[in-house]
Design a protein around this ligand. Structure first.
Ligand code: ATR
Length: 270
């Protein structure tokens, strides 16, 4: 397997650990490299990878949108959210995918017994790229209603226009006002990440069976998740989404569908 990750920055990425673990497990020779490039060098790098016979690559910030014009086709999730995070190279052409959407949902399905979003309501915090993937995933699963809130309201309004009528924007200052309605809370902001300010969110009034999901994985247990756990709420950390978005990349590049195991999770968290 010849693959890698294109982004800026990429040095802190956990993806090499994940793909190297699977390569070892399945006795596949190869490498997963990190390519730190700025916008102006993206196209040249991609051409080089094609020439050198790479199977594909992952794409992260800030290139998830700019890679799209370089792709021959992109899958429906990538189209809907306007972001590609994985490319499969076949016969010299680039095929773009978004595996963040499925990664988010796969992880929920593994974490929640009897996962079923029909008739449910979610609150999504944040309106960046991760929020788009989360909203698309929830919509694919037939969720009834999504409340969306973001410090910069205009960004949330733009997402609302893209995603349609079952998404309703609420003011950031009013972010706790729907607590009694929501079944799932998802933090997609960077608040709570290591070296970032904490997320202030009062969990009062949440349903007893509400699920609190933070897509941050460093730290694994954010303040939000700690507080949720103290209240006896079900919590989901961010590590699963990372692992489940990686699996379909490996599967397309190698033809082998890998599993997300506890052993791998522990390795990535070390
Ligand atoms: P990603 O693409 O990974 O989702 P991003 O686009 O940088 O990352 O989004 C970061 C999110 O965290 C945004 O929703 C951002 O809010 P703004 O759109 O108002 O910038 C949110 N965020 C970051 N710092 C924040 C802060 N101090 N308070 C509230 N929200 C914050």
């Amino acid at each position: 397997m010849k693959a890698g990750l294109i982004g800026h920055p990429v040095a802190q990425s956990k993806s090499p650990i994940i793909h190297e673990y699977w390569m070892k497990q399945f006795n596949i020779e190869g490498k997963y490299e990190l390519f730190d490039v700025e916008d102006m060098h993206l196209e040249a790098l991609v051409k080089q990878l094609v020439t050198q016979g790479y199977d594909g690559f992952n794409v992260t910030v800030p290139h998830k949108e700019n890679i799209i014009p370089l792709c021959k086709t992109i899958d429906s999730n990538a189209k809907k959210i306007g972001a590609v995070n994985m490319v499969h190279i076949q016969d010299g052409a680039l095929y773009g995918y978004n595996t963040d959407v499925a990664g988010f949902i796969q992880n929920l399905k593994q974490s929640i017994i009897d996962f079923n979003m029909t008739g449910k309501t979610a609150l999504v915090l944040g309106a960046g790229g991760a929020a788009r993937a989360v909203i698309q995933g929830l919509k694919n699963e037939g969720i009834n209603k999504i409340y969306l809130t973001n410090r910069t309201r205009e960004k949330a309004d733009i997402l609302q226009q893209n995603f349609g009528s079952n998404v309703e924007v609420i003011d950031w200052d009013e972010r706790e006002s729907k607590n009694n309605e929501i079944n799932l809370l998802v933090n997609t902001t960077s608040l709570g990440m290591v070296n970032k300010p904490s997320l202030i969110f009062d969990l009062n009034g949440l349903k007893k069976d509400a699920i609190v999901h933070d897509i941050i994985y460093n730290p694994l247990m954010t303040d939000l998740l700690r507080q949720a756990e103290e209240r006896g709420l079900k919590v989901i950390t961010g590590i699963g989404m990372l692992l489940y978005q990686a699996a379909p990349s490996f599967a397309l590049w190698t033809g082998i569908t890998p599993s997300v195991t506890l052993d791998l999770t522990n390795l990535v968290l070390r």
